[in-house]
Design a protein around this ligand. Structure first.
Ligand SMILES: *[C@@H]1O[C@H](CO)[C@@H](O)[C@H](O)[C@H]1NC(C)=O
Ligand SMILES: *[C@@H]1O[C@H](CO)[C@@H](O)[C@H](O)[C@H]1NC(C)=O
Ligand SMILES: *[C@@H]1O[C@H](CO)[C@@H](O)[C@H](O)[C@H]1NC(C)=O
Ligand SMILES: *[C@@H]1O[C@H](CO)[C@@H](O)[C@H](O)[C@H]1NC(C)=O
Ligand SMILES: *[C@@H]1O[C@H](CO)[C@@H](O)[C@H](O)[C@H]1NC(C)=O
Ligand SMILES: *[C@@H]1O[C@H](CO)[C@@H](O)[C@H](O)[C@H]1NC(C)=O
Ligand SMILES: *[C@@H]1O[C@H](CO)[C@@H](O)[C@H](O)[C@H]1NC(C)=O
Ligand SMILES: *[C@@H]1O[C@H](CO)[C@@H](O)[C@H](O)[C@H]1NC(C)=O
Ligand SMILES: *[C@@H]1O[C@H](CO)[C@@H](O)[C@H](O)[C@H]1NC(C)=O
Ligand SMILES: [Zn+2]
Length: 740
């Protein structure tokens, strides 16, 4: 391992100071401002939506994806400057823009000593060496800046062993192998993407004595089974046989050496040799062309039906190869991983529009900038949209025709691919200020996975503002429907309150919204256009994190006219204006009631009997949910009353603060001691299949089968109290301020 540690950089300090000034006091001449707007101006909204231009988004994307821009690379640094200059532009820029740099621990392969996967005989003579990088199918993915496929943060090592096939590398998969009597000790496990997280595959494997892990993408999971070069890019949107999904195998997020502290040069750092969350054994991703040669040569019993894929042979479990394919008996797989940990500077770019009336309330809109290779879809499709929105808003701002009621902070995050690093460091640095002042966080990472329909993830309070925006914008294509009505056709659910509505997803940790919702408790959302799920079973768009995620790929196969990009820009733009300009915040806190009811119902239906046996009563939870519903309904009623009177600005501000702070009330930093950053009691990771409060569900599944009075049952009791307390606290936040 190699890393360089530098203490006391002046640049870091200057950036911190500049940010402090920006987020604190604004020194913009008042004369340029229009009169204080009272409420969302429909004319301005129409103007903004009309000006968001598909061809400009296309131009942005071409520039952003022109060259590979791995985190902290020279091209990534050049894009920092590019975005900064856009946001500082005299005619279409923002009020101000700064960069903020952190010194963070990244992981790279060694250019001088490439990672290798080899077939060796029992004397370690190399029989076959697999290709270390992707094929050059269009010329676009050539060049020295294309990082070789690797598993970021996987430790270096050269393990060798008999090969076993372990499906997705979940805990159940390894238990299944064990149950079938397959020897795992000392083997190399071949796993496929999906099911378990990247790092979890290596962690689960190591628990069973496996010494190295290979991870590949099965054409069944990404290409609807298609695997021939004629059926894949550049002939279609499919993943070519040599394509390899890179990715971070780090278990947590944020800079690994500075948990809960911003990674300033002078910050305390953990010893890299003593950091938790890195994979315990070497790992390497490979393409399905190489996986086929390995998997289709395995010996041993056939794998279960659900473990079979589309490589065109019967998948066996191993261990070791059959001699039918010509391999000598006892042949093994040898992994040579030479990844290095390196301390690097990575920058966020922040652009600010100062609010006219409530400058101390922030609406934050961000996306990451770094990619694995060219990253045309991930993340440049999102940044192309972000830059078009800032161009349109910046132009109105510079002309003096518009200034939002609240401040807007635009962010281009660094080093997301390594573990949401830039955004997490930002939330650590400005923890208090953001908790006090941030109204909502909007994330648009990959803006277009495919061109069929809008997809939104978020917490319940943002549902109504996304719906309002989606109802007023036309969907691309010939349907003539609104984005909202088109969305219902692809993804819907029956709500007890609203009837048939589009179905919103919840927020995991897939992008930079994670620290905002889980760590800070800021209502958050992520928007994108996506596939028709009835037409493809692809786990994600096929060229994800490969060298084939290029501008040409987007232009030919993802969104030829850029009309889906434009649809996302309009939706995000409308949501942004509504959040920053509306008199009353468009966050419907009552929409949490439906979620809490369904969590309660699931707890009663699926955990109730088990809990009762252990004398654990859900009564207090029922009461807490009722209190929440009542308080939320009363607040909505109060707002309706205020709206029909003429409320003074203090009355509005008081109510808006309750709406803003509701999400914070669900935080309990001590709720999940085994997790990092997760403190939102409703949205922490849930391993149990019962769709209820995650802490309660996980604790129950751990306690199952343990004796009454065990520590595990005490934890169930504790988790129940944590939820009840959070709901009572949330209800208190919503009640009239003079009440307790
Ligand atoms: C390994 O080396 C031994 C001793 O030289 C030899 O007898 C054996 O055949 C070799 N095995 C293989 C698979 O080449
Ligand atoms: C990749 O292909 C392009 C065009 O086919 C060619 O110009 C380029 O030299 C190739 N690069 C490598 C590294 O093979
Ligand atoms: C960390 O571990 C590596 C390899 O195990 C070793 O070379 C290095 O000296 C260690 N560094 C520290 C600071 O302990
Ligand atoms: C390494 O971690 C262990 C447990 O977290 C701790 O007890 C020990 O002091 C750490 N050592 C160093 C050098 O940081
Ligand atoms: C089995 O391995 C050999 C040696 O690498 C290879 O030539 C052959 O194509 C493999 N079989 C299959 C079905 O991929
Ligand atoms: C980060 O930037 C500062 C200021 O330019 C520099 O002193 C420091 O060496 C850089 N750190 C790394 C790891 O490159
Ligand atoms: C999506 O793209 C495909 C092919 O690129 C095209 O046939 C289809 O009409 C597009 N759908 C919409 C809604 O634009
Ligand atoms: C609701 O979604 C399903 C697909 O999940 C679709 O088949 C159905 O037609 C949709 N309903 C409506 C009314 O569009
Ligand atoms: C807010 O949510 C509640 C409950 O889900 C619903 O009844 C009400 O109509 C919503 N209000 C608005 C303005 O959307
Ligand atoms: Zn991304």
């Amino acid at each position: 391992m190699h890393w360089a540690k530098v203490v006391g950089s002046a640049v870091g300090a200057a950036a911190i100071l500049a940010l402090g000034i920006i987020l604190g006091h604004f020194a913009i001449p008042k004369a340029a401002d229009p009169p204080d707007p009272q409420d969302l101006d429909q004319e301005i909204l129409k103007t903004v939506l009309a000006q968001l231009d598909a061809s400009k988004i296309r131009e942005n994307l071409r520039e952003l994806s022109k060259e590979p821009h791995l985190a902290s690379s020279p091209r990534d640094e050049a894009l920092v400057e590019f975005i900064l200059q856009r946001w500082k532009d005299q005619l279409s820029g923002l009020d101000s823009a700064v960069t903020s740099t952190y010194e963070v621990l990244l992981s790279f392969p060694n250019q001088e000593q490439p990672n290798l996967v080899e077939l060796v005989d029992s004397n370690e003579t190399v029989l076959h060496s697999f290709q270390p990088s992707e094929e050059n199918v269009t010329g676009e993915q050539a060049g020295p800046n294309v990082v070789q496929p690797y598993a970021a943060y996987a430790p270096p090592g050269t393990p060798k062993g008999l090969l076993v096939y372990a499906n997705q590398g979940t805990e159940e998969d390894f238990k299944e192998l064990q149950a079938r009597g397959i020897t795992l000790q000392g083997t190399i496990a071949l796993t496929r993407y999906g099911g378990a997280g990247r790092g979890a595959k290596a962690e689960n494997a190591a628990k069973h004595g496996v010494v190295g892990v290979l991870v590949y993408t099965d054409p069944a999971d990404i290409n609807d089974g298609k695997s021939l070069p004629s059926e894949t890019f550049p002939n279609s949107w499919g993943l070519p046989p040599s394509g390899v999904e890179r990715g971070s195998y780090y278990k947590y997020f944020g800079d690994p050496l500075t948990p809960y502290l911003p990674a300033h040069p002078a910050s305390f750092r953990l010893d890299p040799n003593n950091t938790s969350g890195f994979p315990p054994i070497p790992a390497q991703p490979i393409g399905f062309q190489d996986a086929k040669e390995l998997l289709c040569n395995l010996s041993g019993p056939s794998a279960p039906d659900s473990w079979q894929g589309a490589l065109g042979c019967d998948y066996k479990l191993g261990p070791g190869f059959s001699t039918n394919g010509g391999l000598p008996a006892g042949s093994m797989v040898k992994l040579s991983v030479h990844n290095r940990l390196v301390l690097r500077n990575s920058s966020n770019v922040l652009g600010i529009i100062r609010g006219a009336v409530e400058p101390d309330r922030y609406v934050i809109y961000g996306n990451h900038r770094d990619s694995w290779i060219h990253g045309a879809v991930d993340p440049s499709s999102g940044t192309a949209v972000l830059l078009e929105i800032t161009r349109v808003l910046g132009t109105l701002l510079k002309k003096g025709t518009w200034r939002p009621r609240r401040s807007i902070i635009f962010a281009s995050w660094g080093a997301e691919e390594f573990g949401l690093i830039g955004s997490t460091e930002f939330t650590e640095e400005f923890f208090s200020k953001l908790q006090e002042r941030a109204v909502a966080y909007l994330n648009v990472d990959i803006s277009v996975f495919a061109n069929a329909t809008l997809r939104a993830q978020g917490t319940p309070p943002v549902q109504s503002v996304i719906f309002s925006a989606a109802k007023e914008i036309g969907a691309p294509g010939p349907s003539g429907l609104s984005i909202y009505d088109n969305w219902i056709r692809y993804s819907n659910r029956s709500s007890p309150v609203y009837g048939l509505i589009p179905s919103m997803g919840t927020l995991g940790a897939g992008s930079d919204y994670a620290p905002f919702i889980h760590f800070l408790g800021i209502s958050s959302m992520d928007l994108a256009y996506t596939y028709d799920k009835s037409k493809t079973s692809a786990r994600i768009y096929p060229t994800y994190h490969t060298a084939f995620d290029t501008f040409e790929y987007v232009e030919k196969f993802v969104d030829p006219g850029f009309s889906s990009h434009q649809a996302v820009a309009r939706t995000a733009g409308s949501v942004l204006l509504r959040l920053s300009d509306s008199f009353f915040l468009p966050l419907n806190v009552s929409d949490y009631s439906e979620t809490l009811r369904s969590f309660l119902q699931a707890a009663q239906d699926h955990l109730g009997a088990q809990l009762q046996q252990h004398n654990i009563n859900l009564g207090p939870l029922v009461t807490a949910v009722e209190k929440f519903e009542k308080a939320a309904a009363a607040l909505i009623q109060h707002i309706t009353t205020l709206q029909s009177s003429s409320p003074d600005s203090l009355q509005v501000r008081t109510v808006n603060d309750q709406l803003m702070l509701l999400e914070r009330a669900f935080l309990n930093p001590r709720a999940f001691p085994e997790e990092q950053y997760y403190s939102h009691v409703l949205w922490a990771p849930r391993t149990s299949s019962v769709a209820t409060f995650p802490g309660l569900a996980n604790a129950c599944s751990r306690a199952e089968g343990t004796s009454p009075g065990s520590e595990a049952w005490a934890e169930v009791q504790r988790q129940l109290s944590v939820v009840v307390m959070a709901l009572e606290g949330a209800a208190a936040t919503l009640r009239p301020v003079a009440d307790l």
